[in-house]
Design a protein around this ligand. Structure first.
Ligand SMILES: *Cc1c(COP(=O)(O)O)cnc(C)c1O
Length: 397
């Protein structure tokens, strides 16, 4: 039997190659940080990690992870409700809720699971989920697993959202769901306006803050801080895999009864293993650090502003953003790949994105800033962009 299937896969994989969409993995032979070493021996500056606060290799988190290993061992060998809940898990859940100003938090193995397991336990075919067209794959999958009516509106289009809300009035309950920051443009969802619409049309509000937590808002508490709408978002999902340490783990935080129901019925929570103590222990230390000082958030914001300003001054076409994602627009798919390759030769590691990851004709290089970057890193990147930009005719000489 496998023979035929094998031929089928070989053909499909070949098609992926021919479409130029085959994903090769670059191999890193050092810890994740601003200056990384590749397996080729080349040392490059990393501008494509979600390491927004530069915590992936932070000594305090490494120490906290080791402490967790020492005090609570390596693995839990259980889901949470059987024998996989430690005092550390409860402390981390409370720290997250306290930090976000929410009532309770439930941990998952990943934010992918948090989003995958949030809709089905809460909503039925009588209800409606209203989703932004650019929402993350995990939200799309979570929606697919739920029987609620599905509605979609074009990215951040508030007039379209209002129309959809009108259409959805016949349903019992409605929830509007959006990413806080969209990963390709770096734009912040207009959650202030969404909350108003949610109130007007009797809907609940859910925000996935994976790219906004740690980044958006003066203290990195995300879009609810940015728009000063604390307490108005009913469900917030987030990750420990981006700004908040970069290891692994996700969470849903929000209204107490919602979290309580998720603990009873959310399938990725009930049927998947508990986070290991080392990760939970480091997570606790991470939120303590967030409460002790705002240094990292301030540095990230300074770095982002500086980089954007200098790149605009150099003549690049940059999408306006309030996040740490800087989309350098090139519009041409091949150019985006050539430019990323040449930048790597200059020691700057960035990725060029093109259709179907972004709309046709909107190819770009995505730069992700970090508190782990020093001024000299930023200057080196700006100089390399300028040099390569001139060589490839993106900038006028
Ligand atoms: C990265 C990301 C996720 C997935 O997070 P993991 O914890 O890595 O599973 C979910 N939603 C959004 C918007 C993301 O950017």
């Amino acid at each position: 039997m496998y023979g035929k299937f094998k031929d089928h896969l070989i053909k499909e994989i070949n098609d992926i190659h021919e479409a130029g969409l085959f994903k090769n993995e670059r191999i890193i032979a050092s810890p994740q940080k601003a200056e990384i070493k590749l397996d080729t021996g080349q040392e490059v500056l990393n501008f494509c990690a979600n390491n927004y606060l530069g915590l992936s290799n932070h000594p305090e988190l490494i120490k906290a992870a080791k402490d967790g290993l020492e005090t609570h061992g390596y693995g839990m060998s259980s889901v949470r409700f059987i024998c996989g809940t430690t005092d550390l898990h409860k402390i981390l859940e409370k720290k997250i809720a306290d930090f976000m100003g929410t009532e309770d938090t439930i941990l998952y193995a990943a934010a992918f699971d948090a989003n995958g397991g949030v809709f089905e336990p809460l909503l039925t075919a009588e209800d409606a989920i209203i989703s932004d067209s650019l929402n993350h794959a995990s939200i799309i999958d979570g929606v697919r697993l739920c029987k609620a009516q599905r509605y979609r509106y074009p990215n951040a289009d508030m007039d379209a959202l209002e129309e959809v809300l009108k259409q959805a009035q016949a349903q019992r309950f409605r929830v509007i769901v959006t990413d806080g920051v969209f990963s390709m443009d770096g734009n912040v969802a207009p959650v202030d306006k969404m909350v108003e619409l949610a109130e007007k049309y009797d809907a609940m509000m859910m925000v996935d803050e994976c790219h906004s937590h740690g980044v958006v808002g003066k203290t990195g508490r995300g879009v609810t801080e940015h728009f000063n709408i604390r307490g108005k978002v009913d469900i917030i999902t987030g990750t420990l895999g981006k700004a908040f340490g970069g290891a692994v783990g996700g969470f849903t935080t929000g209204r107490k009864e919602i979290i309580e129901m998720l603990r009873q019925r959310s399938r990725p929570y009930l049927f998947s293993n508990s986070l290991p103590p080392a990760v939970v222990s480091a997570g606790i230390r991470m939120f303590d650090m967030m409460n002790e000082t705002n240094e990292l958030q301030d540095k990230l914001h300074r770095n982002t502003e500086y980089f954007m300003e200098k790149m605009l001054a150099a003549g690049f076409d940059i999408k306006p953003t309030r996040s740490a994602i800087c989309a350098v627009m090139l519009y041409d798919a091949k150019l985006s790949q050539d430019m990323a390759a040449k930048l790597l030769e200059e020691g700057i590691y960035v990725i060029g994105f093109y259709y179907p990851v972004v709309p046709k004709g909107e190819a770009r290089i995505r730069v992700q800033l970090s508190a782990g970057h020093e001024m000299e890193h930023l200057d080196k990147a700006i100089a390399a962009f300028t040099k390569v930009g001139k060589e490839l005719g993106v900038l006028k000489n």
